[in-house]
Write a protein of this length. Structure first.
Length: 340
């Protein structure tokens, strides 16, 4: 048999192996250091962009630092806290809960500068901090008793609900309660909380309850709507003929509209379930839609009707939905601009 010893690799000595391991370790360490350096430079540059954006929005260095630092602690994109209310509230909530020297006034100023101190009716609430003062609500105890209440005051950590029910309320300190309220133009909200303190202020019993993000929302309407002023021709089926009336659409959604008819044009009140034809121009597009009267709202000089669109084409419904969405975005931007 032929000798194949020439194919064998020469055995490396111990010194060679050690040198190889050291070189490999140096290479790996160098790659790690390069990666860390790149990450540091990337973070530094991102931080510079963030602070520049924060300054342009009117925030101070301290305010920007809070948003940056606590966004990082939450593992969130700091820029989202500048752009959107929900991330902002989560970030400042962590700051308020973990910093023993947290400045509530500073947070309120930040919220105002960023336009987060007011929530338009078509934007859902993300925290109990967004509930407007004097909002009426109903409180339910663990024993299923219910009481009428209203939001009396609030700060960054607590809300203060005044009992407006004439019947006496038991001392609920330390008890878990459920609060439910209807937000006009939005929906029904419900949340739970533990009553931390009960006190009397100007003869009113007040319940002190911590803020929460755990809000359950039940939308009252299938589609959101927006206020408009659109002339409309209304075809009403009367016996065997169609009578055309002049009116105005005062709000509209993808599912229906509110239509008002002046009493000087037509004094007879239309009844629920009356079939109508609506002919109007929306954002340059002519629409002719079938509708049914579902609600009647008498006014001094006009009668308004809540109508539901019937057998509306999908493309027409989408067109109205897109229109409503765009109008809401315009309104939100205008509110932020005016408040800035």
């Amino acid at each position: 048999m032929r000798n194949l010893s020439f194919l064998k690799l020469p055995q490396a000595g111990a010194d060679t192996v050690i040198v190889f391991i050291l070189i490999l370790a140096v290479l790996i360490l160098s790659l790690i250091l390069i990666g860390l350096l790149r990450e540091y430079l990337k973070t530094k540059k991102l931080r510079e962009y963030f602070f520049k954006e924060a300054y342009e929005r009117g925030l101070s260095e301290k305010e920007a630092q809070i948003l940056w630092e606590y966004s990082i602690k939450l593992g969130r994109d700091p820029f989202l806290a500048l752009e959107f209310k929900a991330p902002f509230e989560k970030v400042v909530d962590l700051y308020l809960k973990t910093d023993p020297e947290a400045d509530e006034k500073l947070i309120q100023d930040m919220r105002s500068k960023l336009g987060f101190d007011y929530v338009p009716y078509f934007v859902p609430l993300v925290s109990t901090k967004d509930i407007e003062l004097f909002q009426p609500a109903k409180l339910y105890t663990q024993t299923k008793e219910s009481f009428e209440i209203a939001l009396f005051d609030k700060d960054e950590k607590f809300m203060y609900w005044a009992v407006i029910d004439k019947k006496g309320i038991p001392n609920l300190t330390g008890q878990n309660v459920t609060i439910s309220f209807v937000r006009k133009g939005d929906g029904i909200y419900k949340f739970e909380g533990v009553v931390e303190e009960v006190f009397v202020d100007n003869g009113k019993t007040v319940l002190k309850i911590p803020h929460t993000f755990e809000l359950t929302r039940y939308q009252r309407r299938e589609y959101t709507r927006v206020e408009v002023e659109i002339p409309v021709k209304i075809g009403v089926q009367l016996n065997e003929e169609v009578k055309w009336l002049k009116g105005e659409i005062v709000d509209i959604s993808a599912g229906g509209a509110k239509v008002c008819i002046s009493l000087s044009d037509y004094q007879t009140e239309l009844q629920p379930m009356t079939s109508l034809t609506l002919s109007f121009v929306l954002a340059g597009k002519q629409l002719n839609l079938k509708a049914t009267v579902v609600n009647v709202y008498p006014r001094r000089h006009a009668t308004c009707y809540g109508v539901k669109f019937e057998k509306i084409k999908p493309e027409e419904q989408k067109f109205i939905h897109d229109f409503v969405k765009k109008e809401q975005q315009k309104l939100a931007q205008l509110m932020v601009k005016n408040r800035g």
